[in-house]
Design a protein. Structure first.
Length: 307
């Protein structure tokens, strides 16, 4: 017999002055009310109620037990209300993990989010390692690469493409590649954290083309490689959103556009679909709206749109 249910039933008997009235309040049978009260008395080894044909009264032990039961059940109700409030109203700490390249693009959303929901604080850790969300206690991760763990929930927030680009002075000096195979004659800046690495991939009439590239700079910093490209050091293969402003301004020129057909996605990744907390749900919704309304993400290829 569930002890909390029996305690609730006992309290109702006292509050309503009898077994039948308690049964009506709880929408159960009078015999079930009797069973719950007897289960408590047998468990405790004491009599809690004095019963007569006309009324039910508390024993001395029953009075003390009743007062404690009321206190316990009230505290349980308070705990339920706190949990429901946390679930329905954003509050607490949002533990967020993102890819290294994402903070400049989600920073404005975080600022808007904490302004709108002052009871929420954000703790953000950036890394290109896909963290264990459950084991490491993260609420949410924003990633730019496919997620291998099928137990996680993945929501696509925006799409982008990879783009190959270079500064005008580099292209003037070395020429504009017309085919992916031309890259073997160019200085290519390699992002060591990319799944491409030195094998750049393109879409061609006969299917995927893989070109082994080389160059005089290799780094795990997309920022450093972008700066190198801006200074005319070589060709850069990167995410379209990282260089959209550079392409729009003419500081970088995209090349081989017709071979860059693969569409990728910005992903929100979280562990649970059901009973998603208000802080996580509201942040994901705000991110999705931001990406949907920002002109940078309006097209599946931000770089081409900017160009």
């Amino acid at each position: 017999m569930d002890r909390l249910t029996s305690m609730t039933t006992f309290v109702k008997v006292v509050e309503h002055g009898g077994f039948s009235a308690a049964a009506r309040a709880l929408d159960i049978s009078p015999s079930m009310v009797t069973t719950h009260v007897q289960a408590l008395e047998e468990r405790l080894g004491v009599r809690l109620l004095n019963r007569s044909t006309r009324r039910v009264g508390l024993t001395e032990v029953g009075q003390a037990y009743f007062e404690r039961c009321v206190q316990i059940l009230t505290e349980l109700d308070d705990a339920d209300q706190v949990a429901q409030a946390l679930h329905s109203t954003p509050r607490g700490t949002l533990r967020l993990n993102t890819s290294i390249v994402m903070p400049p693009f989600i920073g404005p959303v975080i600022a808007e989010y904490v302004k709108r929901y002052p009871d929420v604080g954000v703790e953000m850790v950036i890394s290109d390692r896909m963290v264990d969300l459950v084991e490491e206690g993260y609420d949410l991760s924003i990633r730019i690469t496919p997620i291998p763990d099928s137990s996680l929930i993945v929501r696509s927030l925006a799409s982008y493409q990879l783009v190959v680009c270079a500064a005008p002075e580099y292209l003037a000096a070395r020429g504009v590649p017309q085919q992916p195979s031309d890259l073997v004659h160019h200085n290519c800046l390699v992002f060591s954290q990319s799944h491409w690495d030195t094998e750049w991939r393109f879409a061609g009439p006969g299917g995927e083309q893989r070109i082994e590239v080389s160059g005089n700079m290799r780094s795990n910093s997309a920022v450093a490689l972008r700066l190198a490209a801006l200074h005319g050091q070589g060709l850069l293969a990167t995410m379209s959103f990282q260089v959209a402003d550079d392409i729009k301004s003419g500081r970088l020129i995209p090349v081989l556009n017709e071979f860059m057909a693969t569409e990728l996605a910005i992903l929100a990744v979280y562990p649970h679909r059901h009973r998603l907390s208000a802080k996580v749900r509201s942040f994901i919704d705000m991110l999705a709206r931001h990406f949907r309304e920002d002109p940078l993400w309006a097209s599946s290829s931000a770089a081409r749109a900017a160009a």
